[in-house]
Design a protein around this ligand. Sequence first.
Ligand SMILES: *[C@@H]1O[C@H](CO)[C@@H](O)[C@H](O)[C@H]1NC(C)=O
Length: 402
Amino acid sequence: MRRLRLRRDASLTLLLGASLGLLLYAQRDGVAPTTSAPRAPGRAAPKPTPRFRTFQLPDAGAALPAYEGDTPAPPTPTGPFDFARYLRAKDQRHFPLLINQPHKCRGDGAPGGHPDLLIAVKSVAADFERRQAVRQTWGAEGRVHGALVRRVFLLGVPRSLGSDRADGGEVGGAQTHWSALLQAESRAYADILLWAFDDTFFNLTLKEIHFLAWASAFCPDVRFVFKGDADVFVNIGNLLEFLASRDPAQDLLAGDVIVQARPIRMRASKYYIPEAVYGLPAYPAYAGGGGFVLSGATLHRLAGACAQVELFPIDDVFLGMCLQRLQLTPEPHPAFRTFGISQPSAAPHLSTFDPCFYRELVVVHGLSAADIWLMWRLLHGPHGPACAHPQPVAAGPFQWDS
Ligand SMILES: *[C@@H]1O[C@H](CO)[C@@H](O)[C@H](O)[C@H]1NC(C)=O
């Protein structure tokens, strides 16, 4: 039975992968971003320094190739941003849900079996390969260290197709393919949420508010939510361990927190924000959108607050504005590295391919599907982490008790 299911899964994966690959190839320019603002040079960002143990590099780790060719184009908005248009359209902020997962948080059959952790990953239609990697590695559903984990991917309509969706009339061939493929993927994995807005970089804020509203409505009893990008690696054990001592009824939003970030006033920048759009010298404290975690209580409060805050084109800054409205300070966590590892300064002696490195972190940003697989395999190999200096074994494996 299980073998049969595995085989069905495998052929489905192949089929969906091949079709999406073809479409991706045909529509490379329609690829929308999944990532949020990287730390720009102008931004002040004092952060606690993570406590590193000193590692010796295993010599094999040094020369691993970078897998660049297997993922869609890097997330860059195309052309100069039309602020006037953005401001005019800003009041349109409610879009229908085209694919829902209404049963996602109904527990695992047991009464009162609410998920302990809901994982929500920003993705774009074309990025099937990363979704597969996440599904089968750190984003796997089920019991993890005793905690019940559920997963959704957050998608908008691929950009080149969004414009004719509203009138509902003629649907182009490509659009039929996309929606058919996403429907099939949703039937196979029951983890796709698709909204009817264009999936563009500057619409990530729409994704944020629609997700918060969805989770608040369809996962009202979830204890914690992790929200992040598809190109992160999450050490889910470390994340659960961090959450185990926290009360879901209390406010919590933790991640890679940026304080006193200055809006970028250079027109050429992807993050350019004119004074007319944001006049203050610094943004409120915010957590990098690559990956952060929040409590159930904060989920509900944020969903309410964000519904009142004017849209702002940078999604993680927007979330900071919602937090400010709630007078809630995001909590910096040194093991969330949503801005990647700046190798020379932060940790010259560490390789990002050293599994020992990932063992101590919670979130690392900027990985390809192949990187995610590789890290997972190294950390969960048959002989435990392939690590030069094995960690001393604690009293026993960590167990979540809810
Ligand atoms: C966001 O999505 C809406 C609806 O699809 C679209 O009209 C608008 O142009 C998009 N905005 C941006 C900034 O991409």
